[in-house]
Write a protein that binds this ligand. Structure first.
Ligand code: HEC
Length: 184
């Protein structure tokens, strides 16, 4: 009985011998395991001091910094068309087609999402372009934490194009044309 258990144990051990985990232990086999590289789970090498990120690095938008941001996108038809497409993809569900806070997901529109404000109500405090940008990028930090974050989904000039489009919706609500895009 004891011998048999030993045999079974030895077989199990042998079975566990995957050449990849064994061969490199024998010094004179040349394996790719022994080379100067970062091992899995090893701490990555930090970037050289003064290195500038070429992608992905950006300063966080905060309530303090948002108002100082300068909108780099002129309100051209191209910008408004792009802004409209992005707005209809991400914002319309809550804020509604015309920004009145009555999108299909909002309570005003018969949905479950509470507290969706109108973006075109002149009675609400005026927001700078930078503040609207801040809500688009970092609503969790800029607002009261109710609106989801879109900074990870909307990138580059698209963000400012949405700002421009929101502005055009405000003009539209005041009866001043604007709107941009074809199907207003
Ligand atoms: C899931 C629903 C939802 C979506 C989608 C959404 N929002 Fe909001 N939004 C809210 C809510 C709720 C608030 C109030 C947030 C708060 O007070 O924290 C808000 C607030 C805002 C405000 C501040 C308005 C004010 O007068 O205080 C702006 C600007 C805004 N949203 C723009 C956008 C834009 C642009 C998009 C698309 C990128 C968007 N939102 C997508 C729910 C949403």
């Amino acid at each position: 009985m004891g011998k048999r258990a030993l045999l079974v144990g030895a077989l199990v051990l042998l079975g566990a011998c995957d050449p990849d985990t064994v061969v490199h232990k024998v010094g004179w086999f040349a394996t790719m395991r022994h080379q100067r590289n970062i091992k899995p789970y090893a701490r990555p090498i930090p970037p050289v001091a003064g290195a500038v990120p070429t992608a992905g690095g950006e300063l966080p938008v905060t309530r303090e910094t948002a108002d100082h941001l300068v909108n780099p996108r002129t309100r051209t038809a191209e910008s408004l068309n792009r802004g409209q497409a992005v707005y209809q993809t991400f914002c319309l569900v809550c804020h509604g087609e015309r920004g009145q806070g009555n999108g299909p997901v909002s309570m005003a529109g018969g949905g479950p999402f509470p507290g969706v404000p109108s973006l075109v109500d002149p009675a609400r405090p005026h927001m700078s372009d930078g503040a609207i940008y801040g809500m688009i990028v970092e609503a969790q930090r800029m607002g009261r934490g109710i609106m989801p974050r879109y900074g990870d989904k909307i990138h580059g000039t698209d963000r400012w194009d949405v700002v421009n489009y929101v502005r055009s919706l405000q003009l539209l609500a005041r009866g001043g044309g604007g709107g941009g895009g074809g199907n207003q």
